[in-house]
Design a protein around this ligand. Structure first.
Ligand code: BG6
Length: 488
């Protein structure tokens, strides 16, 4: 009977949890032998609707290197997870987390990016984190590179634009797999790899002052190197631990055509193809050939090593992970750009938006889950989704019904997708604890279920406070998503 195959709820063992990134939470930017990273030379934005992360040029870079304070560079201080990790993980456990996604800072392990020997204090820190997680049976899901790299590789090679960075990265990944591999089952390579087309934050390559064409050339070349490095890391992991799982990670930008006009529909398809290109594994043949046409028409020459095609083709990832915050609208004669950290495209008149102008579209999550599953038939993992909002602390409490509503609506759509037959491994909402915003480096753009007492200038006690959403998510996890009512 067909009906028997119709799932009713989240599967048993569904991985509920939260996600953070080293450069947004750890702080301790210059402690215990850690090297400076690309994220730590990016200044806080002066306009919260205008992203600042890619505006680094040679002048601002050298100013930052000579400035040894944290004031202008909030990612140097994070929320001091480096010293609060035990307290924070205890709170995650109290919510019932099954998984915690975090990233390893490459420069904590190899301060210059290509050191022969690892920095023992860096390895020790992540060992301590893993020990805490094991105490509560929380699975680690580790991102190998989340929007930062050792700054010395920018100075030496201009980041990922140089092929030599592949070897440096795979030396780092080999060390990390050998050291932590026994304790970790799930890995991700590059966070939101496709956003490398936007510049420095992901490529580690300074490209300010270049023409648009030269920028595109450098960014796609950098991305090619990252794709190869990613495939090589996949190979390393599978050789060491054949049953471990490694995924790629995409900033999923589901695109809607602005109208049923065939030109608009085709334009939307094109935008989608460019987004999905970065889910590089062997059966994406059509999309690869589409990109060859795109490269040729835009006169982009991507240099490849002789083995690159084979490396990419022979090392597919085990699952597809992605972040989901918004959808975009595309039309053939595009003018106007949507506000959002990396969205291009127009605004959707049917959607509401956050205070930062990010359009909120829970049904888009169901659509994208279905599309990805239909197309690739690979297990999926939603590894980021959440609401950045300004919270008000009143009598030591935060009543964040808006955040509950946002998460609730998205989780309902995930459940619908599971009922549609999508194979979903888990959900790590973004920012279980308040952290420094990626795109604007603000503290006041809060995603957390846990409040951190710190303001945009770094003032505060760093005390952690449970928000209403903390108790709500605790209930959702305890019932494995059966109870999605908005009361806690
Ligand atoms: C994703 C990033 O793009 O969006 C995270 O992977 C980031 O690092 C998240 O924090 C939310 O973006 P923002 O700019 O609001 O912090």
């Amino acid at each position: 009977m067909y009906q028997e195959n119709y799932p009713q709820n989240f599967p048993t063992g569904f991985l509920w949890g939260g996600a953070t990134a080293a450069n947004q939470v750890e702080g301790a930017w210059n402690l215990d032998g850690k090297g400076l990273t690309t994220a730590e030379v990016v200044k806080k934005a002066t306009n919260r609707k205008k992203m600042s992360m890619d505006a680094v040029d040679q002048v601002t870079l050298h100013q930052a290197i000579n400035d040894h304070t944290t004031m202008l560079y909030p990612k140097r201080r994070g929320v001091d997870f480096y010293h609060h990790y035990a307290e924070d993980i205890k709170l995650f456990a109290e919510m019932g987390f099954k998984v915690y996604r975090f990233s390893i800072a490459w420069a904590r392990i190899l301060p210059h990016g290509d050191d022969k020997q690892p920095n023992q204090a860096g390895l020790d820190f992540y060992d301590r984190v893993l020990t805490e997680l094991e105490k509560y049976q929380i699975q680690p899901l580790i991102t190998l590179s989340h929007y930062e790299m050792p700054l010395d590789l920018t100075l030496k090679y201009n980041g990922w634009s140089d092929r030599r960075t592949i070897a440096a990265f795979n030396h780092y990944t080999q060390i990390v797999f050998e050291h932590f591999g026994q304790r970790v089952k799930y890995w991700l390579t590059f966070n939101e790899i496709n956003t490398g087309t936007w510049g420095f934050h992901a490529t580690g390559a300074i490209d300010q002052g270049l023409s648009k064409q030269q920028q595109l050339q450098l960014r796609y070349q950098s991305l090619h190197h990252q794709l190869v490095a990613s495939a090589l890391a996949t190979k390393q992991l599978h050789e060491l631990y054949p049953t471990d799982k490694i995924g790629c990670m995409l900033a999923r930008m589901q695109t809607y055509p602005a109208s049923p006009k065939p030109e608009d529909v085709r334009a939307a398809q094109l935008a989608d193809q460019k987004n999905l290109f970065f889910l590089m594994f062997k059966f994406v043949v059509n999309i690869q050939s589409f990109m060859n046409r795109y490269f040729a028409e835009n006169k982009l020459i991507i240099k490849m090593g002789t083995d690159d095609q084979a490396i990419l083709a022979n090392n597919p990832v085990d699952f597809i992970s992605f972040s989901y915050y918004m959808t975009t609208v595309t039309k053939a004669d595009q003018d106007g750009t949507a506000v959002g950290n990396m969205a291009t495209g127009g605004r959707n008149p049917y959607l509401k938006e956050s205070a930062w102008g990010w359009q909120i579209d829970p049904i888009g999550l169901r659509i994208t889950l279905n599309e990805l599953w239909d197309r690739y038939q690979k297990p999926l993992f939603v590894v980021e989704n959440g609401l950045g909002a300004q919270d008000k602390l009143v009598n030591d409490q935060i009543h964040d019904s808006y955040r509950i509503s946002y998460l609730r609506q998205h989780i309902i759509q995930m459940k619908e997708a599971i009922k549609d037959g999508v194979k979903l491994l888990g959900y790590t909402m973004w920012g279980p604890i308040d952290l420094i915003s990626f795109s604007t480096s603000e503290m006041s753009k809060r995603y957390g279920l846990i409040y951190v007492d710190q303001d945009d200038l770094g003032r505060g006690t760093l005390t952690r406070i449970r928000k209403d959403s903390f108790y709500w998510y605790q209930k959702v996890i305890a019932t494995n998503g059966t109870d999605l009512s908005d009361n806690q």
